[in-house]
Design a protein around this ligand. Structure first.
Ligand code: MF3
Ligand code: CO
Length: 248
């Protein structure tokens, strides 16, 4: 079922999203060679607690951490761990903030120290792909227009779009209808309506789009061992166009 949100509900989700954005800003300053993703995860828990919020991912379907921390060839749902990040690594931190019952979901990829030109391109294209998708999130467009804009931007640059994980409706629960594919034909699927709140969260790979699942049952990594990046925002469909809720 697709839930349409009132202005008030969107406002509350925006508050959660602003806090999430502030948390990402702090993370950006913390990330450097030597830090562990466990330390980042603990930072996030404390930061949210200090601001009266909780990490929605913790306990979600048995997931144990406040964040997902996916390094290099990990596509998503990487577990925070005690291995220090190294110069040249790429890490995606994904989190869902619950503030007074309102949710916001945003993932961001970070460079650890100096990264290669190839990884810089991957990050840049993935971030641009997110905004290409957001541009299509206007009343009257169809859901397929979002995925099409992303895929037709990414693939000509020799990179691929992950198929197995999608964006989603959000609030009051984390994963709601509709599913937002990051690929596919334009002009297909549901029409976007005022009051819908969705995530757009393209994962882009250097090599093939296929993934394999780790034995932990959560972490997806690229089939060919090449790198993957992800940027995600939560946004509302409004009369004035897409309103990004996970920006400060
Ligand atoms: N933020 C993730 C998403 O975009 C949530 C992952 S589910 C979790 O859907 F269980 F890993 F937390
Ligand atoms: Co999400």
């Amino acid at each position: 079922m697709i839930t349409l949100k009132t202005e008030r509900e969107i406002q509350l989700m925006h508050e959660a999203g602003k806090l999430l954005a502030a948390c990402h800003k702090e993370i950006a300053n913390l990330i450097k060679p030597g830090i562990t993703t466990t330390e980042i995860d603990q930072f996030v828990e404390e930061f949210l607690a200090e601001h009266g919020a909780t990490p929605e991912q913790k306990g979600y379907k048995g997931y144990k951490y406040a964040t997902c921390a996916s390094v290099n060839d990990e596509i998503c749902h990487g577990f925070p761990r005690k291995t220090p990040l190294k110069e040249g690594d790429l890490v995606t931190i994904d989190m869902v903030v619950n503030l007074n019952g309102a949710l916001a979901d945003s993932a961001w990829s970070y460079a650890v120290g100096e990264i290669s030109e190839k990884t810089k391109t991957l990050l840049e294209v993935t971030k641009n792909a997110l905004y290409k998708g957001i541009e299509q999130a206007v009343i009257g467009n169809r859901i397929g227009d979002i995925g099409h804009a992303i895929q037709s931007y990414v693939e000509p640059q020799g990179l691929s779009v992950v198929r197995e994980f999608t964006g989603h409706g959000i609030g009051p629960t984390l994963h709601e209808a509709p599913q937002i594919l990051h690929y596919g034909p334009a002009g297909k699927g549901l029409r976007l309506k005022e009051g819908m709140v969705i995530t757009i969260e393209p994962m882009v790979n250097e090599g093939v789009w296929q993934s394999k699942m780790d034995n932990n049952g959560w972490t997806a990594r690229t089939m060919d061992g090449k790198r993957s990046a992800q940027y995600e925002h939560t946004l509302a469909i409004t009369k004035d166009g897409p309103l990004i809720l996970t920006e400060q």
